[in-house]
Design a protein around this ligand. Structure first.
Ligand SMILES: *Cc1c(COP(=O)(O)O)cnc(C)c1O
Length: 456
């Protein structure tokens, strides 16, 4: 009998696949079986002789997982806020909350007391006000959106004064001057590239001026002969001129980063206290929350943004709000608790001693596979454009002998892709950005390509 005629019918397969149906439901079981049948027919057409017994095909369907484009990878680069790898992670507890909110209806715009329509931003606003000392707050998609909303709804058609030293480009496509043009606000650059004085701002104020804007340099630093005007000085000038002062902080801090060995930078609370009228920052940089743009400041300005039609285009969904709720609630419990609950902060906190121990253990397991590996002292980057000139001391496992590029390429094709860092021509794994269980994934991937790597 020809192999074609031996291929079982879907109905027969389904009858034998009861455990699959129990586990995944009928629709998913059918999808898997159909996939397997398609593969088998292709194999026969290609002249192969696949086993077409019911048991074999059901077993094949059992292994057939849905493959999605977006999938977990191991970040062994050591860069904590890796924008290309999605910046933020959430712990199991946060994910349980997100999962509960995702698979159920939630009171996103519903007041449980009155039974009437509620306000989307009410809860997160109260949390942000408590944490930053601001009068009011609002949340949008990301910080680029926050800058756009702030300028468009508050100063479109007016002039906005900014220092030449702060016309920063973040990533490939976000440039402060371009966003200002988009918002309809007119950019007035003051000062020189390296130095801007208070009188530069003062002299540029005219009838047309709508606001003063200060932008965090984020991903670059100036060294040498430089000068900038700080928030409290600018605030005094803004008050005298009856203008608002806007501050784009980039990465908003709710705790002092010097505890991680990073240079001190003012927290959002301090910037608000220094007199900024509106402060905006990212939710998923050093705040360690979901992608979001957060605006805090004076009621008058935040309320004007709340009624802007643009807000609707930039609004966040329930998943973002749920994640932000979790993250801000963690900060409200205190710094130690936030560090323990928010993976970004926990990774920054890892000590060189811990990292060395983790590297030594990983190195031994890699050596046991037959690779030549060593532990090197190195540096991890914070990432996300934050602290560009400051690294954190770490220890990495370096695989020598094998060509780094070739090995890296093979590891990126692993079941869970492994992303490392090439340093001094060796492929390195930095435990600073590894999660629980990642070492096992690295070992499994290295094991699977061992022969291939050796014959290189
Ligand atoms: C990162 C950054 C942005 C953009 O923030 P996203 O949340 O990534 O959109 C804007 N301004 C500054 C100063 C930044 O550092």
């Amino acid at each position: 009998m020809s192999l074609w005629r031996q291929v079982p019918a879907m109905n027969d397969l389904l009858k034998a696949a009861t455990s699959l149906v129990d586990q995944y439901g009928l629709a998913e079981t059918k999808r898997r079986l159909q996939k397997v049948l398609g593969e088998v027919r292709k194999e026969i057409r290609a002249g192969q002789v696949p086993n077409v017994s019911v048991e074999t095909l059901v077993a094949r369907a059992q292994q057939k997982e849905q493959s999605y484009h977006l999938r977990p990878v191991v970040n062994a680069t050591g860069t904590v806020l890796h924008t290309n790898l999605g910046r933020s992670l959430f712990n199991k507890e946060a994910m349980a909350h997100l999962s509960a909110c995702g698979s159920a209806y939630v009171n996103v715009e519903y007041d449980l007391t009155s039974g009437k329509r509620g306000l989307r931003y009410e809860n997160v606003e109260a949390q942000l006000c408590r944490l930053t000392g601001a009068e009011a707050a609002l949340v949008v998609n990301n910080n680029a959106a926050a800058v756009l909303l702030m300028l468009q709804s508050l100063v479109a058609g007016k002039e906005v004064i900014i220092s030449r030293g702060e016309l920063v480009e973040i990533g490939g496509s976000f440039r402060i001057p371009d966003v200002m043009a988009q918002s309809g606000a007119q950019l007035v650059e003051v000062g020189a590239t390296n130095k801007t004085h208070l009188f530069d701002y003062e002299q540029a104020i005219t009838e047309e001026t709508g606001a003063l804007l200060k932008v965090h340099q984020s991903n670059f630093r100036q060294v040498g002969f430089t000068e900038a005007v700080d928030v409290s000085q600018l605030s005094t000038l803004a008050k005298q001129a009856h203008l608002p002062l806007f501050v784009d902080l980039g990465s908003g801090l709710l705790l002092d980063m010097s505890r991680f060995g990073l240079p001190y930078e003012p927290t959002v609370k301090e910037v608000v206290a220094a007199g900024a009228d509106v402060v905006c920052f990212s939710g998923d940089k050093l705040l360690a929350g979901p992608q979001a743009g957060i605006l805090v400041g004076k009621k008058k300005y935040i309320n004007a943004m709340k009624t802007s039609p643009l807000l609707r285009a930039l609004r966040v969904d329930k998943m973002t709000l749920a994640a932000l709720d979790y993250c801000l609630a963690a900060y409200e419990e205190g710094d130690e608790y936030a560090i323990a609950q928010l993976p970004t902060l926990e990774m920054l906190q890892r000590s060189p001693k811990q990292l060395k121990e983790r590297s030594i253990a990983l190195c031994q397991n890699i050596q046991a596979l037959g690779y030549k590996a060593e532990v090197w002292s190195a540096e991890s980057a914070v990432g996300g454009g934050a602290y560009p000139e400051h690294c954190l001391p770490t220890f990495v496992v370096a695989i020598k002998e094998v060509k780094a590029e070739t090995l890296h390429k093979a590891l990126r094709q692993a079941k869970t892709p492994i992303i490392g860092r090439i340093y001094k021509q060796a492929l390195c794994f930095d435990p600073r950005s590894l999660q629980v269980g990642d070492e096992e994934k690295i070992i499994a991937a290295l094991e699977a390509i061992k022969e291939e790597a050796r014959t290189e």
